[in-house]
Design a protein around this ligand. Sequence first.
Ligand code: PLP
Length: 420
Amino acid sequence: NPDLSQIGKQMSKRTGVRAIMKDIIETLHGGGGQEFINLSAGNPTILPEVVALWRDCTAELLASSEYGEVVCRYGSSQGYAPLIEAIARDFNQRYGVHLRDRNILITPGSQALYFYAANAFGGYREDGKLKQILLPLSPEYTGYGGVSLTPEAVVACKPLIEIDEPTHRFKYSPDFDQLQMTPETGCVIFSRPCNPTGNVLSDEEVRKIATLAEPFNVPVLVDSAYAPPYPSLNFTPMTPIFGENILHCLSLSKVGLPGERIGIAIGNPELIEVLESFQTNACIHSPRYGQAIAARAIASGKLADIAETVVRPHYQHKFTVLETTLDAVMPKNIPWFLHQGEGAIFAWLWFPDLPQSDWELYQALKKAGVIAVPGSSFFPGLQEEWAHKEQCLRISLTATPDEIALGMERLAAVVEQVWR
Ligand code: PLP
């Protein structure tokens, strides 16, 4: 075994959902011959129209005189200039902002961006004080659990919960009485729309968080991996919010490019420069092939178009299938609550009186041929005991509508059995 440093040990551990992925993969590929409905995947569905767009952009790139310049040379750490220009122009037109190239950084996927930010703004300061990476609304994206080289820096706040008993729906919102910024707050991160819950913080809530952070000079990273204008996986109206201390962070992974790794940070040049230097040290720059095809897809307006007309309706339809099936088949006398489906590619279920743990429910579902993700993986940074953490389940909307409907029927049967 290699003799690892403290950081080496920390970073070589599997965190969050990756830890249970091993069990999921073994189950899916196990020799038992059992067929499973896989409702655990975070990998987006391959949509023909989206593939065609990227294929066309690639063909254009291959035929252009730009090709050699794109793949055969190093570029700037900040990113490929035509992509940065296309994003600035698109956002300026769409949202009436005044972005210039210094406001934008391209990273190899947005996960890398959160890694840079978590370690540049959070972690131990020179005076030995710990700067926290604050997640204002737990549950949250499991990937935030591994972003800091000092994991104790990640801290999360419990949410307020609004329940609508008759319709079996619920919704989380930030608890502003709990949410406090201090000189020890390093940065704030949240996903909007949220993975795993499908929640969308209101424009007002985002502004309120940014306002609380401002006096302490705390950057607020709004993880917009599911937000408009690409991939536009919001099912409820929302506007991107910009501000001096806001880093608006995009990802092209949910509009067909997860394999090319493109993340985008938009914000104040001083913050962008910090992240850019971090990137130079980590990997010099993002691969340029993906950036060059993305520049074409954005500049032509086709990416935003396809997000709205193909990607959003695809997942929204599946959410509708999921909720109508649940409403029809779930036992009426058992408390179950579906989080309001406001966006993203997941549904989130909560069973307040679950007589077993979420892990046991996951195992029971497996026996019924369905794989979903136990909810406890989605509370990074929330150390305190809270029964709620073991009462939830994340269901992916990447399977087919038929699989989703059948999966929910089987879930209803398992739930009935569990309560019996
Ligand atoms: N943020 C959220 C909320 C996500 O769901 C994901 C991936 O699923 C990521 C960030 C990371 O995306 P990527 O690194 O592919 O841009």
